[in-house]
Design a protein around this ligand. Structure first.
Ligand code: SF4
Length: 413
C-alpha cells in the first residue's frame, strides 16, 4: 500500500476564501438593505438575481457547510424535536433545525441572513419544495414567489415545457421588480448569462481532463462545485474555474496524477458524505482514485442562443432532472457513458438514506453496468448529511474487499 499523495490542487485552496467571501457578502447585503432571496439551487433564478443586483442565498448549499462544521447534529435534534422524521431528506432537516435553533441563537462564525424573499421553483424534488413551504411559517415577513415548473425527464423536454418555463421566468422578473423596486437591464442579463455559460464550458473542460490516465483531479475536490451553485453568472466563478482548468490541464499533460501509482479508477454514485469528504480519498491508499461522480454532469448545461430568458428556462428544466431519477433511463445512460469515457474499473453506489430521488434506480444501473460493460460495483449504506446513518466499519470492510476484487480482476493482486 502506498501513502496517499499530497498533490491536491493548488487552485482549490482559494476555495475556502471564496466560501467565506460569499457568506460574508450575504450577511453584508442584508445589513446594507440589499434584498436577500432564499432559493433552491440548479435553476435560472441565480442569473436573474445577479443581473438585478439582488443577493441569492441557497439553504441547500448551507447544509453541506453545516455538516462540515459539525452544526448538523444539533440542527437534526431540533428538527426532530419539532416532529420532522429522521427518514426525511438531510438538507430539509438541517435547514429547519438551523432556522429554529442556531440562526436564532447566533454566535456561529458564519451564518445566514434572514430572507426578504422566498422562492420555491418547482421542477425539483418534493423535499426541495417543502423546505420553502416550511420556511414561509418561520419567516412570515418574507415575500413569496412559487413557480410550478414541471418535473419532466431531460429527454422529454418539449417546446411547450420551455414556453411555460419562459413564462414563469417573466413572472419571476415581474415579482422581483414589484417587490424590490429594481428593474432588470436585459443587456446586463445577457452579460451575466454569458458568464454563466463560460463557467459551464470551463466546468466541462475540467471534468474532461479527469479522463486522462492518471487522473489529475479526484472527487475529493468536488467542493469546487461551490462556485457553480452560488456564483454562476459572475466573473469570480469564471476566474476561479479558469485557474482550476489551467492547473488541471498542466497536470494532465505532464501526467501528474492524484496519486503516484493509479491502478484502479472508480465512479461514485450519489451525493458524497459532506461530513467526511476524506472518505473519497480513502481509496487512494489502495491505489484507487474516484475520477468521476454523478453530480458533475448537471453543471455543464450550456446557456446559448439569442434569448437569455429561454436559456435560463431550459437550464431550470434540465439541471435537476439530469442528476435525479426523474428518468432512470437517462440516469442509467449517463452513468454508463461516464464509465466508458472515464475508463472506470468499478462503481461505488452510495445508498443514500436521506436522498430517495437520487438513490432510486441504483439497482437497475448496477445490473446494467454488469451486463453491458462488465463493470463490478459495491453498495455502501450511508447518508450525505446524517452521520448516524453511516458506519465507518462497514464502509472500510466493503471498500477494501471491493478494491481487492478489482485489483484481482486486473491481475494486480
Ligand atoms: S434531491 Fe435529494 S438531497 Fe436534494 S433536496 Fe431532494 S431529497 Fe434532498
Amino acid at each position: 500500500m502506498r501513502p496517499p499523495s499530497q498533490k491536491r490542487l493548488q487552485a482549490a485552496k482559494a476555495l475556502n476564501q471564496l466560501v467565506l467571501r460569499f457568506y460574508q457578502e450575504c450577511l453584508e447585503a442584508r445589513a446594507k438593505g440589499k434584498p436577500v432571496g432564499w432559493m433552491p439551487p440548479m435553476n435560472g433564478a441565480i442569473e436573474i438575481f445577479y443581473a438585478m443586483d439582488l443577493q441569492p442565498v441557497f439553504p441547500e448549499n448551507w447544509s453541506p457547510l453545516c455538516a462540515a462544521f459539525g452544526y448538523a447534529p444539533q440542527n437534526f435534534r431540533i428538527a426532530e424535536a419539532l416532529g420532522y422524521s429522521r427518514d426525511l431528506c438531510g438538507y430539509l432537516r438541517n435547514i429547519i433545525g438551523y432556522v429554529h435553533g442556531l440562526m436564532k441563537e447566533g454566535g456561529t462564525p458564519l451564518a445566514l441572513p434572514e430572507p426578504d424573499l422566498l422562492l420555491s421553483f418547482g421542477g425539483g424534488c418534493v423535499p426541495a419544495m417543502k423546505i420553502f413551504h416550511i420556511l414561509e411559517d418561520r419567516f412570515p415577513e418574507a415575500r413569496i414567489f412559487s413557480a410550478d415548473l414541471p418535473q419532466v425527464a431531460a429527454e422529454q423536454v418539449q417546446d411547450h415545457h420551455v414556453r411555460y418555463a419562459v413564462s414563469e421566468m417573466y413572472r419571476l422578473i415581474d415579482f422581483l421588480t414589484k417587490t424590490t423596486g429594481k428593474k432588470l437591464d436585459y443587456d446586463r442579463l445577457k452579460e451575466v448569462v454569458g458568464l454563466s455559460n463560460q463557467a459551464s464550458i470551463l466546468w466541462e473542460e475540467i471534468m474532461a481532463y479527469r479522463r486522462y490516465i492518471p487522473s489529475p483531479f479526484s472527487a475529493a475536490e468536488i467542493g469546487i462545485m461551490f462556485v457553480m451553485v452560488t456564483r454562476q453568472g459572475t466573473r469570480e466563478a469564471v476566474d476561479f474555474l479558469t485557474q482550476v482548468r489551467d492547473e488541471v490541464a498542466a497536470r494532465a499533460e505532464n501526467k501528474i496524477g492524484v496519486i503516484e501509482e493509479e491502478q484502479v479508477r472508480l465512479f461514485w454514485d450519489n451525493i458524497p458524505p459532506w461530513y467526511n469528504l476524506g472518505l473519497l480519498k480513502s481509496f487512494e491508499k489502495m491505489n484507487g482514485v474516484v475520477v468521476a461522480e454523478t453530480y458533475s454532469s448537471a453543471w455543464s448545461i450550456r446557456l446559448e442562443g439569442d434569448d437569455p430568458i429561454e436559456a435560463l428556462a431550459r437550464k431550470s428544466l434540465l439541471s435537476y432532472s439530469l442528476v435525479s431519477c426523474v428518468s432512470i433511463k437517462k440516469r442509467k445512460e449517463m452513468v454508463l457513458k461516464a464509465c466508458r469515457d472515464y475508463v472506470i474499473d468499478g462503481v461505488v453506489f452510495h445508498r443514500n438514506k436521506s436522498c430517495a430521488p437520487i438513490t432510486l434506480g441504483q439497482m437497475d444501473i448496477k445490473r446494467a453496468l454488469e451486463e453491458e460493460l462488465g463493470i463490478p460495483s459495491v453498495i455502501i449504506d450511508g447518508d450525505h448529511m446524517d452521520e448516524r446513518n453511516f458506519s465507518l466499519a462497514q464502509f472500510q470492510t466493503r471498500t477494501e474487499a471491493f478494491m481487492e476484487m478489482l485489483k484481482h480482476k486486473k491481475g494486480l493482486w
